[in-house]
Design a protein around this ligand. Structure first.
Ligand SMILES: C[S@@+](CC[C@H](N)C(=O)[O-])C[C@H]1O[C@@H](n2cnc3c(N)ncnc32)[C@H](O)[C@@H]1O
Length: 412
């Protein structure tokens, strides 16, 4: 049954929310103030599919991507920039308020820059054996085949063509693939996952494709297929050769913005711990001023950092350790000598490490987070341990999505 709904607010995922039915009804791609026609979605009693915007919002703009609305990569291209920025900042404010945390939240910093430099594409053969390579569809596991994505860094030029060619070669094996592509200084670095064991003939075909598409490197489940040139990224003054599938902040400007904010807050700290350090976007910049101890559970990332630091002139010593900080967080005696600690965990947050920090005497803690909910949980641990949360700065590197990063400053 088609319904007419008025939209009251924008939800946490960028969906329009109508409160007119007694509870919340979610209408993706509708905006506050709009009157829309929508129909039920099978299996989702609180969702509706937008059919027609009867009375549009003055804040509605035309999406710039032809795949928008079908491809699940972006949730919100149809809103003017200013209300978009307010909505995104409010995501942080509301999450902190719900957790009972009262703190000044700065204006949102736009860190989209030249665009995404790292993507994971999915590939599968569907009905009638038709191959699709692209991102997952909105709210489903279907794949939306794409040949162009306007939010990518120019360093990813050729990524989609290469992914289609690799998928074309591999999908006769019959399994869905994840194809992670990273832009590096020496070209595209691609890691393919999901293909299972491959016959030697297939490995030869993949090498030929890597040559043809001038990839820097092609790996399969992190195992080398072909290395043409080392996949190197610049981090501050350092050059880091990425391990296959390594974590990297989504945009170059995002990484630089988060690192510069952290550096500015760290001030004159001389001994700094960088926890959840990855390949070292913070450690390698911090080492220009301070002695750094860095930790991450990803051993190849730690090795990459260990190689890059001494090869960079002018850096103070960086000591790095592969360590699981969920199971074995740094305890107060290990934290004793640091003037400051920075932590930048995955989406699950850093609960165990935050509990140990709360019991420590480290005078300055900088948290970088990609998940406001787990950040709020960890922040409460620090606050209950005597830290004052001074400021939260939201950073938007996943533009057009509901994801938001933040940098937070705690002092004891
Ligand atoms: C959001 S990334 C940040 C990495 C790095 N700071 C950066 O900006 O590129 C989170 C990091 O946490 C690491 N990680 C995930 N689980 C971990 C654990 N249990 N212990 C230590 N590190 C972990 C990942 O390997 C990843 O490098």
């Amino acid at each position: 049954m088609i319904q007419t709904l008025t939209i009251d607010q924008l939800g946490h995922r960028g969906d329009g929310v109508s409160l007119s039915q007694g509870g919340a009804t979610y209408v993706p791609f509708a905006l506050p103030g709009e009157t829309v026609e929508a129909e039920p979605v099978q299996g989702h009693p609180d969702r509706r599919k937008l059919l027609r915007v009867e009375v549009p919002s003055p804040d509605r703009v035309a999406p710039f991507c032809p795949h928008f609305g079908v491809c699940g990569g972006c949730a919100i291209q149809h809103l003017r920039d200013e209300p978009y920025r307010t909505w995104k900042r409010n995501l942080v404010i509301e999450t902190l308020a719900q957790a009972g945390i009262d703190v000044p939240v700065d204006p949102l910093i736009d860190a989209h820059g030249a665009g995404r430099r790292r993507i994971t594409l999915h590939a599968r053969r569907g009905t009638h054996d038709i191959l699709k390579v692209g991102f997952s569809a909105t709210a489903s596991h279907d794949i939306i085949g794409i040949d162009h994505c306007p939010i990518l860094d120019p360093g990813l030029n050729g990524a989609l063509e290469a992914a289609w060619a690799l998928a074309e070669a591999l999908t006769p094996v019959g399994k869905p693939l994840d194809i992670q592509v990273t832009a590096t200084e020496n070209g595209l670095d691609i890691d393919v996952r999901g293909s299972g064991p491959l016959p030697p003939k297939m490995i030869t075909s993949l090498s030929q494709l890597a040559e043809k598409h001038k990839l820097a490197r092609l790996t399969r489940h992190s195992e080398l297929v072909l290395l043409r040139r080392p996949p190197v990224v610049a981090i501050g003054k350092a050059k880091v050769t990425l391990p296959p599938g390594a974590f990297l902040q989504a945009t170059a400007l995002g990484e630089q913005t988060l690192a510069e904010l952290a550096m500015a807050k760290l001030g004159r700290a001389k001994q700094v711990a960088d926890l959840f350090c990855g390949v070292g976007p913070f450690a390698l910049r911090l080492a220009e001023k301070a002695r750094v101890f860095a930790c991450d559970s990803d051993a190849p990332a730690v090795t990459a950092l260990q190689k890059a630091a001494p090869a960079t002139s002018g850096l103070k010593p960086v000591k790095a350790e592969a360590r699981d900080l969920f199971r074995r967080p740094l305890a107060p005696p290990e934290l004793r000598d640091f003037d400051a600690v920075l932590f930048d965990p995955p989406r699950q947050g850093a609960q165990a490490q935050a509990a140990q920090l709360a019991a420590s005497r480290v005078p300055l803690v900088i948290a970088v987070s990609c998940n406001a909910t787990t950040f709020a949980r960890d922040a409460k641990l620090l606050i209950d341990g005597g830290y004052k949360l001074e400021r939260v700065i939201p950073v938007d590197q996943f533009k057009y999505t509901p994801h938001v990063e933040l940098v937070a400053v705690f002092r004891k």
